[in-house]
Design a protein around this ligand. Structure first.
Ligand code: FE2
Length: 278
């Protein structure tokens, strides 16, 4: 797809699909690296964060400290009442986040693909900054729903500038929890913002516009290797994975350094690992 076609679809629909962006070996390398990271992760040592009674504060500390780390997050119900994993570790992880793209050579290479820089330029991003990466597992049978939201809520800049790159590492369809979007919904308002206050975070309403209903939504069914690029105001969600198939995806969030990145955004980078572009 030509740059001008990408820009036209993005402006019209709020998202654009680029099939076959990643090759089979590219996808295999990312999957293998993710499996190694999970394998090395000490589940026992992190059990308290995900399974204790005062989980909120503990979890918040873990979330906030992951801004410049490679951290594993468990599925919500990964642990039973006695604190044991209900199934093997590799099938209990929700995601790896949030600085894979800066700290892991395999993800760094995939995230700094010159074709992404070209897309960023075509979409008018003057000074790309890559803030966050996530490897999302959406595990077979237990992969949970992610409710309607706009990524602009998490990466607020003035003017708004966040763009999401979503890489399908498996075929994604309605049965295994593909993305759903509201085509053209990026022309609506930004409904809320995810704000950091000290060590806590909260979602703050900004506009009373309702979230789309399913009749306004379109499933983004794509084959493994596709790249979906979408606008920070595009309402999207993903359904649970009730199938026996994995639905791995890798996501990358970029803002424009020419815009002002809000100090209230939860994800901040210090001198130890400054945010950078391609
Ligand atoms: Fe999102």
């Amino acid at each position: 797809m030509k740059d001008c076609e990408i820009a036209r679809a993005f402006d019209r629909d709020g998202f654009v699909i680029l099939p076959s962006f990643l090759s089979g070996p590219d996808r295999a390398a990312l999957k293998q690296r993710a499996a190694e990271i999970v394998d090395d992760f000490d589940a026992e040592g992190h059990r308290a964060i995900f399974s204790t009674g005062d989980a909120e504060a503990t979890f918040n500390d873990y979330l906030l400290s992951s801004a410049d780390k490679v951290a594993c997050f468990f599925e919500e119900e990964a642990f039973d009442a006695s604190g044991r994993l209900r199934q093997e570790k590799a099938l209990s992880i929700n995601k790896i986040a949030h600085a894979l793209h800066d700290l892991d050579p395999v993800f760094d290479k995939a995230s700094r693909d010159p074709r992404l820089a070209e897309i960023a330029a075509a979409l008018g991003c003057a000074e790309p900054l890559l803030w966050q990466s996530m490897y999302i597992f959406k595990q077979p049978r237990i992969g949970g729903v992610v409710d309607w939201h706009q990524d602009g809520a998490f990466f607020f800049t003035e003017p708004e500038s966040v763009i999401t790159f979503w890489f399908a590492l498996d075929d994604a369809d309605r049965d295994n929890g593909c993305l759903w979007v509201e085509p053209g919904g990026h022309k609506g308002p930004l409904r809320n913002r995810f704000i950091r206050r000290g060590n806590m975070t909260e979602m703050v309403d900004r506009d009373p516009a309702p979230w789309p209903t399913l009749k306004d939504a379109k499933p983004v069914e794509v084959e493994a290797g596709a790249l979906v690029v979408f606008h920070g105001r595009l309402p999207h969600y993903s359904a649970p994975n009730r199938s026996d198939r994995a639905r791995h995806a890798y996501t990358l969030h970029m803002t424009d350094g020419a815009a002002q990145y809000a100090q209230e955004n939860w994800l901040q980078r210090g001198e130890s690992l400054p945010v950078r572009g391609f």
